[in-house]
Design a protein around this ligand. Sequence first.
Ligand SMILES: [Zn+2]
Length: 64
Amino acid sequence: MPSISLERDPVGTFIMRCQCGSVEIGRGEVRWQAFEIEPRPKGLALVTCRQCHAQARLDEPRLA
Ligand SMILES: [Zn+2]
């Protein structure tokens, strides 16, 4: 089970959650504060939780 998960609801709101309980919600051009997003090739991103330093590879959280 991934330590960090990203959901996107039908109206385009991103919900990023970490196993440590850190949650951040954003829309549009999100400026993440609780998570560090490092873009990777093929639309992926390396996401790091600033609170517990867990990492996960996720689809890059941006609007299509
Ligand atoms: Zn965390």
